[in-house]
Design a protein. Sequence first.
Length: 132
Amino acid sequence: MGYTTRVTGEFAIEPPLTWNEFKDSPFSPFPPAGDDRIELVLRVDEETVQTDDGPLLRRTASALVMSEIDEYRAHGLLDVVQKAVDAFPGHTFTGRLDCVGEENTDLWRVIVRDGRALKIVPKIVWPEDGGE
């Protein structure tokens, strides 16, 4: 065992990724990329579209979310978010990942600003003694 971090939240992707853009990505939830999935995975939406040749299943990826990991160690999370942003140029990632470690003061976020993944650490401010 080691120090673990609970991560919640997601990054919405605009415009959503097309199948051709994400099918061979390490962030894809489908094999073969799904066999070696990393900690972040694309959330895929499926829609059946009627065509002249019959129904067609259209898959798009609208968000980047955490994989199901029991004891996650978030040491490389910032780099993985940046790798995802770099892998899909022309798309905007909005939202955040909220991270809470085992220590009660270990709080931080990952956001994307101007195409760069950033770690944001809050300032904890105590009120003056005797105040509310």
